[in-house]
Structure formats: structure tokens, C-alpha cells
Design a protein around this ligand. Structure first.
Ligand code: E4P
Length: 222
């Protein structure tokens, strides 16, 4: 399973890249705003900065909602760096934009997927990725993981190469559950990725190993 980090924070992206297990970065307009990045020039520079940090693909989201504007914006984003994957929202004009951009060889990540039908249409239009938002479904009392399962079944039935990019991940358990289902990618905050590393028995076991090693060294000196 591929690991993407879901942030526009450069320090966190660097930390994930340094860990050596990063396959990509996803951003969205809210994440960019959280970092205080506004205006086309600053936003484009920020995407380039992210691309310089990672050996991985970087999802950059359009902020227009009409077909003509989305394809113009998508082409401009893709031209910033070959690592850019254009993020298009799942709306009617978005579907047409996915078809157009993918036919031009531009990879598309379809965002704001909340139903299996939306994922099916995005895959059919040629999207490279669909992003079901698990956490936001969980937030309204609907089970996000069931959506990932349904999309997995549909894509496997027809051999769609479109990758399932599980998004809106809230913690390490979401990542493990997505891996069990067979999501191709998870995009998660750094805290959720780092949460996978921890176990109290690992800490306890390591402390014992080090203490035993030290004791053995001290008695050897006597
Ligand atoms: C996906 O690409 C989105 O950026 C993201 O996962 C949104 O998640 P949220 O529900 O935590 O905002």
C-alpha cells in the first residue's frame, strides 16, 4: 500500500520524506489556507516547493468549478512539475474535465468521493485516483470503510486501473483497516502515520534489552 501525507505543511512533508516511506502528498484549498498560502503565485510556488522536497507525486487541487476553467487550471498546475497530479472535484463538469485531462496524459485525482457510483464514473472517465473521504462519512454516522470496500469490489470486477486513495483519514486504525480492505493508497496526517510506529511493549522490550546489555557489560568488568 502506498502512503501519502495529507498536508501542505513543509516541515511535516520533510519529516515524512525523511522517514523513507513516503509515496505522495495530497493538499486541498483548506490545507493551503491553513498554512497561510493564498493567491495564485504563492500557491503555485508552494506546490513547486513541495515537489522539490519529495520523490513522489503531489496532488494539487483546482479551485474552479466549470469545465473550461477546470481544464485551463488543471493544465497550468500540471505544467508546474511532472510530479503534479491534478485534483478535480466529483461534479458533472469535473467528470468532463477528468476525461479531457486524462486524454492529454495528465493524471487526475478525483476528490470528494462519497459514493461508489461517483467512484465508478470517475474511473470510467479515466481518473488515475479516486479519493473516498472516510472520516467525513464516519463523522455523519455512515461507515466510511464500507465505501472503500464497495469501490474495491467494483474496480476488481472490471479491472479498472484507477487507484483507490483512501482520504480523510483520522488515525492509525483507519490506515490498518484500509490496508486490510486493499485500498491502493492512504493519505493521512503525519500524526496518523507516526501513530503506526508506536507500541508500549516495543518501548518496554527495548528498555529491558538495553538495561540487560548494560548490566552484562558492568558484570564483565568486575
Ligand atoms: C484528501 O485528499 C483531502 O485532502 C483530505 O483527506 C480531507 O480530509 P479531512 O476530512 O481531514 O479534511
Amino acid at each position: 500500500m502506498k502512503f501519502f501525507i495529507d498536508t501542505a505543511n513543509l516541515d511535516q512533508i520533510r519529516e515524512a520524506q525523511d522517514l523513507g516511506i513516503l509515496d505522495g502528498v495530497t493538499t486541498n484549498p483548506s490545507l493551503m489556507a491553513k498554512e497561510g498560502i493564498t493567491g495564485d503565485d504563492k500557491v503555485n510556488k508552494h506546490y513547486k516547493d513541495i515537489c522539490d522536497i519529495v520523490d513522489a507525486n503531489v496532488s494539487a487541487e483546482v479551485i474552479s468549478i466549470t469545465y473550461d476553467e477546470m481544464i485551463k487550471e488543471g493544465e497550468a498546475l500540471a505544467a508546474l512539475n511532472p510530479k503534479i497530479v491534478v485534483k478535480i472535484p466529483m461534479i458533472k463538469d469535473g467528470v468532463k474535465a477528468i476525461k479531457y485531462l486524462s486524454s492529454k496524459g495528465i493524471r487526475v485525482n478525483t476528490t470528494l468521493i462519497f459514493s461508489a457510483g461517483q467512484a465508478l464514473v470517475a474511473a470510467k472517465a479515466g481518473a488515475s485516483y479516486v479519493s473516498p473521504f472516510l472520516g467525513r462519512l464516519d463523522d455523519i454516522g455512515s461507515e466510511g470503510l464500507l465505501l472503500v470496500e464497495d469501490i474495491r469490489t467494483i474496480f476488481d470486477n472490471y479491472g479498472y486501473e484507477c487507484e483507490i486513495l483512501a482520504a480523510s483519514i483520522r488515525g492509525p486504525l483507519h490506515i490498518i483497516d484500509c490496508a486490510k480492505i486493499g485500498a491502493d493508497v492512504v493519505t493521512a496526517p503525519l500524526s496518523a502515520i507516526l501513530g503506526l510506529l508506536n507500541h508500549p511493549l516495543t518501548d518496554k522490550g527495548l528498555a529491558t534489552f538495553l538495561a540487560d546489555h548494560k548490566k552484562a557489560g558492568e558484570s564483565a568488568k568486575k
